[in-house]
Design a protein around this ligand. Structure first.
Ligand SMILES: Nc1nc2c(ncn2[C@@H]2O[C@H](COP(=O)(O)OP(=O)(O)OP(=O)(O)O)[C@@H](O)[C@H]2O)c(=O)[nH]1
Ligand SMILES: [Mg+2]
Length: 298
């Protein structure tokens, strides 16, 4: 199909906002695929996630970002930097807030003022409140004059999410697709495999464990027709006590982690895998630029 002169539209849209507002959930709903990690805990997303929406007359490259918040240590600083840089890469910004937030976040609003790009305000989780409680927030947003569009949605229930696609297409520049139209991401499979394992760590372990943990893929060997892919995964922790918790009594916890991760990796890759998990202690890895670089954060 010739996509040059037939009204085809293509461009980048970044989803930004505080941690836990539902950015990654929106991405999954818009793509009707589980692509970005979602948990009930904040700071689930640490790296930019690229997901490509394709239909007959558009290609929208969505950039999911880590939440913007006051960072305390190097890893968190990097996460916020990634989110801010991603704003620069997109044509349109989807600034998402949680309806329960009640008011707009001052720090992020200040940033919005400096952006010379269309910003949509996406008010998420409207399934949790009655419609009337939306009105003060919409008034405040209108008065700020910062937003080209204001779209209340439920990312989880898929309420009004099609409006985002429809409206985005009106703002995207005309032009041919930048990626092949059957592509769902420009990031490699191993990136998503690490994301799935990290998601399971967030879901299965309590308190500080998820935040002291990083996952990276040390080896990813694709199998020939009969065998399974072999994936060797390293889970970094900061202390030996955390390593013990990850492994659990008689290795029970890490075994369950492996099973749950594999259950999610196999449908994603659409093939069976052999997953091997190793835990390594690296003191203060979250502060260490060399380690952060070696595991792909810098
Ligand atoms: N009720 C309700 N819950 C939602 C909705 N959207 C997301 N959630 C929940 O909010 C929590 C956080 O969702 P995520 O998509 O991980 O949020 P995020 O903004 O990507 O979070 P970070 O990656 O940590 O910045 C999860 O428990 C979601 O199920 C929604 O529309 N309604
Ligand atoms: Mg996220």
């Amino acid at each position: 199909m010739d996509t040059k002169d037939n009204g085809f539209r293509c461009g980048y849209a970044a989803i930004i906002g505080k941690p836990n507002v539902g950015k990654s959930t929106l991405l999954n709903t818009l793509l009707a695929t589980k692509i970005s990690a979602v948990t009930h805990k904040p700071q689930t997303t640490r790296k930019k996630v690229i997901a490509i929406y394709n239909d007959s007359n558009s290609q929208i490259i969505f950039l999911d970002t880590p939440g913007i918040f006051e960072p305390n240590y190097e890893l968190q600083k990097i996460m916020v930097r990634i989110a801010m840089q991603t704003i620069g890469e997109a044509e349109i910004i989807l600034y998402m807030i949680d309806i329960k937030q009640k008011e707009l976040d001052f720090y992020i609003l200040e940033t919005m003022k400096k952006i010379k790009k269309p910003v949509f305000l996406i008010i998420n989780k409207i399934d949790l409140v009655n419609k009337n409680s939306l009105l003060p927030l919409i008034d405040e947003a209108n008065e700020s004059l910062l937003f080209k569009e204001i779209i209340p949605i439920s990312a989880l229930k898929g309420i009004n999410t099609d409006d985002i696609l429809k409206t985005l297409k009106e703002y995207l520049p005309p032009g041919p697709p930048l990626f092949p139209r059957d592509t769902i991401s420009s990031q490699p499979e191993r990136f998503f495999v690490a994301e799935i394992i990290k998601e399971q760590i967030f879901l299965q372990y309590g308190e500080e464990i998820p935040y002291c943990t990083a996952v990276y893929i040390e080896e990813f060997r694709e199998a020939n027709e009969r065998k399974k892919d072999y994936i060797k995964v390293v889970i970094l922790v900061e202390r030996d006590s955390q390593k013990k918790i990850i492994i659990g009594k008689k290795g029970e916890a890490i075994k369950n982690l492996g099973i749950a991760a594999r259950k999610n990796i196999e449908p994603f890759l659409n093939r069976p895998v052999f997953l091997e998990l190793f835990v390594k202690t690296r003191k203060k890895w979250r502060q260490n630029a060399t380690i952060l670089r070696s595991i792909g954060y810098l």
